[in-house]
Design a protein around this ligand. Structure first.
Ligand code: CMP
Length: 140
């Protein structure tokens, strides 16, 4: 078993799709190990996406991620990182496969409903960004 981090983004929370997204992920075989409902500050959103600093979409991404509440979750499954990326679909919903979170709930490349870690190393860092041990919150 391994873990990965998902964040239900502000567009999906505001649209009332969070429950359906969590249900879809549970049906896909993930167990929710930690979950919180929070709003990111500019500093937190900027730090979380620091790897994208300097990309043309960075400012828009940070602005969007602090535009409303988000739901970060630590999810567990076998091969959790690739399994979650399969379940959420391509970054651009126009390219996402049928039945994926982004096909069902994303509006655009930017407003794309959900984030997922892209490697085991990033998953560990990203889970640590929001949660410290046994689901206790690390954000402040
Ligand atoms: P996410 O999986 O959260 O990781 C990085 C995010 O950057 C990605 O989802 C998209 O929301 C965002 N992103 C990537 N490319 C673009 C783009 N061309 N325009 C706007 N946002 C983008």
């Amino acid at each position: 078993m391994s873990q990965t981090l998902a964040i239900i983004k502000p567009d999906a929370v505001a649209a009332g799709n969070a429950g359906n997204i969590i249900a879809l992920l549970e049906r896909a075989g993930f167990t929710v190990k930690a979950l919180t409902f929070t709003s990111l500050t500019a500093k937190q959103a900027g730090a979380f996406y620091a790897v994208h600093a300097g990309r043309p979409f960075y400012d828009e991404l940070v602005e969007f991620m602090m535009s409303g509440p988000v739901i970060p979750m630590a999810l567990e499954a076998e091969n959790a990182v690739p399994k979650l990326r399969d379940a959420i679909g391509a970054t651009d919903p126009a390219e996402a496969a049928e039945g994926t979170v982004r096909k069902l709930y994303a509006e655009s490349k930017g407003r794309n409903a959900i984030h997922a870690s892209d490697s085991d190393e990033n998953a560990a860092n990203e889970i640590g960004f929001f949660f410290s041990g046994h689901g206790r919150l690390a954000v402040g």
